[in-house]
Design a protein around this ligand. Structure first.
Ligand SMILES: C[S@@+](CC[C@H](N)C(=O)[O-])C[C@H]1O[C@@H](n2cnc3c(N)ncnc32)[C@H](O)[C@@H]1O
Length: 304
């Protein structure tokens, strides 16, 4: 798939998008991505024409303002990015710091795009006052101008006229979803119940999330969740409870960098959970549990 990717974003699911899209049902009216980030799954779905409409949501408001600018004014954003990119060349370090200060005052989409293209590991970090405080990656100058232009126009082409943007809490973003829609959820690292810390937009409470999944089940909503994972035998994150009756699939996400450093060959495996309404539509849910990755895919491909 040649999928545009204008927003460099740590944790993007772009490398798993083709695998995840295999679990989409045949007909999706609207695709909801309440933890959108760089919207890798919605973009891939738009390129493959797998949904008629898209609802992107992320609690990070400047990120959703950036998405709005990408989709609705790519020409202006490409020119603004080019101006910033050229202006940095005299003293890139000092320039980055100035842009970061300006962004923290204004929240402007062009400044955010530049920061995401230049910061360490494309990783969004905020301080206790909610200010973006990630450092620049001084070895790089940010995505080349022609490439960025292509990515911005590509994303705009696929989303324009059929996509809405919001920056609500994920539960509120899912209030209007209906059984003919599909929800893809990729929540951030899960915090412990009662230990609320929204400063870094980095934690979603496990019990609240499970409660939302229970409600979606009761409403017969089709959804897919990316959640825990494992490297070799080591499990990362909490496993979702059995009473939700989710079909659990495992996707190979490649070798972990830690394992490679240690000369081991442990593969990182990411979990994908399908809601009862979705797995019932794809195949008999009881069957899904017992298949290996390769067999799962064959099973999906052979559906009518
Ligand atoms: C793991 S990232 C999603 C990455 C995305 N799948 C991609 O391909 O780029 C999780 C996102 O959830 C957002 N987020 C965190 N807490 C949230 C909340 N309570 N409601 C909505 N979004 C939230 C974060 O800002 C972050 O962008």
């Amino acid at each position: 798939m040649n999928v545009p990717h204008p927003i460099p974003y740590q944790g993007s699911k772009r490398n798993l998008a083709a695998d995840i899209l295999r679990y989409f049902p045949a007909h999706v009216e609207a695709l909801y991505e309440p933890f959108a980030g760089s919207a890798a799954i919605s973009l891939a779905a738009a390129v493959q024409n797998r949904a008629q409409r898209f609802h992107l949501n992320d609690l990070n408001k400047p990120l959703m303002d950036l998405w709005n600018a990408i989709v609705n004014s790519p020409e202006q954003l490409a020119s603004q990015y080019a101006a910033l990119w050229h202006a940095q060349l005299g003293d890139p370090k000092a320039f980055y710091k100035k842009v970061r200060d300006d962004f923290n005052l204004t929240g402007r989409p062009d400044l955010f795009l530049y920061l995401l293209a230049r910061c360490v590991k494309a990783s969004v970090r905020y301080n206790a006052d909610g200010e973006f405080n990630q450092s620049p990656d001084n070895r790089r100058r940010g995505m080349a101008l022609a490439t960025m232009r292509e990515q911005l126009f590509g994303a705009s082409y696929y989303f324009k006229g059929k996509t809405t943007f919001s920056s609500k809490n994920y539960r509120d973003a899912l209030a209007p979803v209906r059984p003919r829609d599909l929800v893809y959820m990729d929540p951030p690292y899960q915090g412990v119940c009662g230990n609320r810390d929204t400063r870094y937009l980095a934690s979603v409470q496990f019990c609240e999330f499970v409660e939302l999944l229970e409600q979606l089940n009761a409403r017969k909503i089709r959804y897919i969740v990316s959640y825990d994972g494992r490297t070799g035998d080591k499990v990362h994150g909490r496993v979702l409870p059995a009473h939700l009756e989710l079909a659990h699939m495992e996707l190979e996400a490649g070798r972990s960098s830690q394992a490679t450093l240690l000369g081991r060959t442990d593969a990182t495996v990411e979990s994908l959970y399908l809601s009862p309404a979705l797995s019932a539509e794809l195949v008999q849910p009881k069957m899904i549990y017992h298949f290996t990755k390769c067999e799962q895919l064959c099973l999906m491909e052979s559906r009518p």
